[in-house]
Design a binder for this molecule. Structure first.
Ligand SMILES: C[S@@+](CC[C@H](N)C(=O)[O-])C[C@H]1O[C@@H](n2cnc3c(N)ncnc32)[C@H](O)[C@@H]1O
Length: 213
């Protein structure tokens, strides 16, 4: 699990030196994305960006969209900050804080063009399922923060979590499934090395793409 990784000196240095430049301190009031990015563009929030490989690739491939990556894991934050610096990604900023708090308080209702949730912690033990982020309250919160037509895109490699996501998101009245069930992987989610290896071993990945009504 990522969470157990120790922070490297380079990642720590990135947190110290680059967070002031590319990080956004948590605030309980909605951020002004236009002021933050210096333009008016669609805004996508990513929950749990991990080491930031996918996040940076998406931001690089879609310069017309602005991205907020939310993560609590120090090594991941450091790693992503280093990518932003190295790749000069003006459309990507990082918030080191709990993503549910950020969604609830830092994002105005209807402000998002998209919410990405890629490979959230699976909490495989049955007694831990209640810790999974995709729950009815999450679905309602996410729907409220999306603009009409905005997309909630989740992906997981755990079948029973995928089925839970399908049931929970499908039950939220403000969301409609863009597919008959699971969706084909949208072009905007790049295949990671990890995923490519898993697919080679016969592991499956499930994508869910819901639209705000
Ligand atoms: C299994 S990792 C997947 C990371 C990345 N999305 C990927 O696909 O490689 C899940 C990530 O979600 C982060 N996370 C879990 N709960 C979170 C929360 N409430 N707020 C922000 N990040 C969270 C963890 O720290 C971890 O980095």
């Amino acid at each position: 699990m990522l969470r157990q990784g120790r922070i490297t000196p380079a990642q720590q240095r990135a947190c110290d030196e680059l967070y002031p430049r590319y990080g956004i301190p948590y605030s309980a009031a909605p951020v002004d994305a236009q002021a933050l990015f210096g333009r008016s563009a669609p805004l996508v929030l990513e929950i749990g960006s991990g080491m930031g490989e996918t996040t940076a690739a998406i931001a690089r491939a879609h310069p017309g969209t602005d991205y907020l990556a939310v993560e609590v894991h120090g090594p991941g934050i450091g790693s992503l900050l280093r990518r932003i610096e190295a790749e000069r990604l003006p459309n990507l900023r990082v918030v080191r804080h709990d993503a549910l708090d950020v969604l609830e308080h830092m994002i105005a209702d209807g402000a998002l063009a998209g919410i990405y949730l890629f490979f959230p912690d699976p909490w495989p033990k049955k007694r831990h399922h209640k810790r999974r982020i995709v729950q009815p309250a999450f679905a309602a919160l996410a729907a409220r923060k999306l603009a009409p037509g905005g997309i909630l895109h989740a992906a997981t490699d755990w079948q029973d979590y995928a089925e839970q996501m399908l049931a929970v998101l499908g039950a939220e009245p403000l969301l409609e499934n863009t597919a008959a069930g699971f969706a084909p992987r949208p072009e905007h989610r790049p295949l990671t090395k990890f995923e490519r290896r898993g697919l080679g071993l016969g592991h499956a990945v499930w994508d869910l793409v819901f639209r705000r009504r």
